[in-house]
Design a protein around this ligand. Structure first.
Ligand SMILES: Nc1ncnc2c1ncn2[C@@H]1O[C@H](COP(=O)(O)OP(=O)(O)O)[C@@H](O)[C@H]1O
Ligand SMILES: [Mg+2]
Length: 269
């Protein structure tokens, strides 16, 4: 079982829709397992879809964001900002079963809901990375891993499949999500701006290796892409996030047209 992040630093490529669809389909085909969705996007679109979509989903989301304590990802982040370097083990307080809100959703899907307050918290999270202990950066970048561990512990299971919907830019929340993930799914559309966006994603994560920059979305040969990524120079993620010591696997997924997906596996350090 793995922790999947769905991210592209471009909006409108169906990250949230895909999160919603694959979480539901995975839960439907694996009824024996609990499936966790973490919505790390302030727009909270995946949460809204899971909670009933359109009017019903928005109503449920408003109710959840209005709860006290706020049972959303922003509620958890707020708790961590108050105790940045000592894990208060509060993650399980922020997870919701979706079916009571939307009975069309399998009962084994659980959600830490997105929340618009993430936007205004971002600078406080980023600031927590520098003062404090020498390994402040590492501890803060482990907050989402801590959240997942808290929830697994409360369920009394060691492993569960997690889908993390990310925001359409590279922010502190993206870094936290990437640090917590084993695998990255990059939805993209078949146009020039998407090609540049995918290059930017790979450059942000792996560095601007020359071979990496040669990559074209038309390269569907998995081995070719695998070689290019492995030969690419190491960058942000291996330099910083590599300290999290996780293996990291990236999938490119075309959300439009014939869905010519391909995959590449890259060690993070
Ligand atoms: N299957 C679909 N059919 C039609 N429109 C869709 C579908 N999935 C998503 N959309 C629309 O496409 C837009 C982008 O989708 P979304 O998942 O929110 O993208 P992202 O999370 O990448 O910004 C949204 O306006 C959404 O309503
Ligand atoms: Mg989205």
């Amino acid at each position: 079982m793995a922790i999947y992040a769905l991210w592209n630093n471009k909006g409108g490529v169906r990250k949230s829709y895909l999160t919603f669809q694959i979480a539901c389909e995975y839960a439907r085909t694996h009824p024996q397992y609990k499936v966790l969705v973490l919505d790390m996007c302030p727009q909270a679109n995946a949460s809204s879809m899971l909670l009933g979509g359109v009017e019903k989903g928005e109503r449920n989301l408003e109710e959840i964001m209005g709860s006290y304590p706020r049972k959303t990802i922003a509620g958890y982040i707020n708790g961590r900002v108050l105790s940045p370097y000592v894990n208060p083990c509060i993650g399980a307080e922020y997870v919701l079963q979706i079916q009571p809100y939307n009975d069309a959703i399998p009962e084994n899907i659980f959600l830490v809901s997105g929340d618009e307050d993430l936007e205004i918290q971002a600078s406080r999270v980023a600031k927590a990375c520098s003062p404090g202990p020498d390994d402040a950066w590492r501890i803060v970048h482990g907050w989402i891993s801590d959240l997942i561990a808290d929830i697994r512990r409360s369920w009394n299971i060691e492993d569960t499949t997690v889908f993390i919907d990310c925001n359409p830019s590279f922010t502190i929340y993206t870094e936290l999500a990437m640090s917590a993930s084993d695998r990255l799914i990059i939805p993209f559309s078949a146009d020039g701006s998407s090609k540049r966006a995918v290059r930017a994603v790979l450059s942000l994560l792996y560095g601007r290796g020359n071979l990496l920059l040669c990559w074209q979305p038309s390269d569907t040969n998995e081995q070719l892409l695998r070689n290019r990524l492995q030969n690419g120079r190491c960058g942000n993620r291996p330099g910083n996030m590599g300290s999290m010591g996780r293996q990291f696997r990236t999938f490119l997924y075309s959300s439009f047209g014939t869905g010519r997906g391909t995959g590449a596996s890259v060690a993070s350090n």
